[in-house]
Write a protein that binds this ligand. Structure first.
Ligand SMILES: *[C@@H]1O[C@H](CO)[C@@H](O)[C@H](O)[C@H]1NC(C)=O
Length: 283
């Protein structure tokens, strides 16, 4: 009988320990600007069990602890790159002020419940702290079109950041896939620093076949947009002029009101109208 009582209570305890602490979730922004204030949230549902501790770690180093039974209930510990503003922190939220590049890393929140049911759960998130550059990406057109059925080769290079930026390309406002991408650092010992958190430039290459239809009103608009999460977006735009002379410049034919409604390439439009005018005159 005593055995069964013990067995049942162990079973019930383990049942309760599974149930006691639910939905522990560290809410850590993916990216922040250097010198900003960042709020780290730790959400949990202890189902009315008393909370014993809420702890925050950066990597393996604890920097914040909330213990409701202690006085003061919130304590901070020195960790490189971490400055906590206790006046703006609470059991669920920690205010990191003046974040810097060094603050980049994995943040973990650990919640433990008190007697009668001891339970501990951890959740984490990675945060990048970024020195956002002022400069825009640089674009270089390596080969221009010289007639029909040519290719455009363009390279776009972003300012160095960690992590390296994303690049997206647009031709005449339509997104096109890059042909290749690599990242490069200024570090001469790059070969040994691939895994270090050093700023990298993204170099994206575009190799795109074009034809007469690519030219809209005699030009091709090429855009390269560099982005760094939601923190940075900057573009470089270049226009490539069509090399061939325009058959009929629109200033010569004084019917621009009609041509504006023509959706075909302009020279096809002019040719069609010339034919129509000839037929009208013949009648
Ligand atoms: C780059 O784009 C990917 C896919 O959209 C995204 O997951 C990632 O966070 C972006 N990286 C940066 C540095 O913006």
């Amino acid at each position: 009988m005593a055995f069964w009582t013990l067995f049942l209570s162990v079973l019930m305890c383990s049942f309760y320990s599974i149930q006691s602490l639910k939905d522990v979730k560290a809410i850590v922004p993916l990216a922040a600007k250097a010198r900003d204030t960042v709020m780290l949230r730790c959400e949990y549902d202890s189902e009315n069990d008393p909370v014993y501790t809420v702890k925050w770690y950066k990597g393996r180093s604890e920097f914040f602890r909330y213990m409701p039974k202690e006085d003061p209930s919130m304590r901070i510990f020195p960790v490189q790159g971490i400055r906590v503003d206790l006046s703006r922190s609470s059991p669920n939220e920690v205010a990191l002020i003046d974040v810097e590049w060094d603050t980049t890393g994995k943040f973990l929140c650990e919640v433990s419940t008190d007697a009668p049911v001891f339970d501990t759960k951890i959740s984490s998130g990675f945060m990048y702290v970024i020195n956002v550059p002022d400069e825009a990406p640089i674009m270089e057109i390596l080969k221009k079109s010289t007639g029909s059925a040519n290719t455009i080769q363009a390279t776009c290079t972003t300012p160095p950041t960690f992590p390296a930026m994303n690049i997206t390309w647009y031709i005449n406002g339509i997104k096109v896939e890059e042909t290749g991408r690599k990242s490069a650092s200024f570090d001469p010992t790059y070969a040994y620093s691939k895994n270090r958190r050093v700023p990298h430039m993204t170099v994206s290459h575009l190799d795109k076949e074009i034809d007469d239809n690519t030219f809209q009103g005699g030009t091709i608009k090429i855009q390269c947009i560099g982005t760094l999460f939601h923190l940075y977006k900057s573009e470089n735009v270049r226009f490539i002029e069509e090399n061939r002379p325009q058959p009929w410049p629109s200033s010569v034919i004084g019917i621009s009101g009609v041509t504006r409604q023509c959706l075909l390439p302009s020279w096809v439009c002019f040719a069609a109208m010339a034919i129509i005018l000839v037929f009208v005159n013949l009648k």
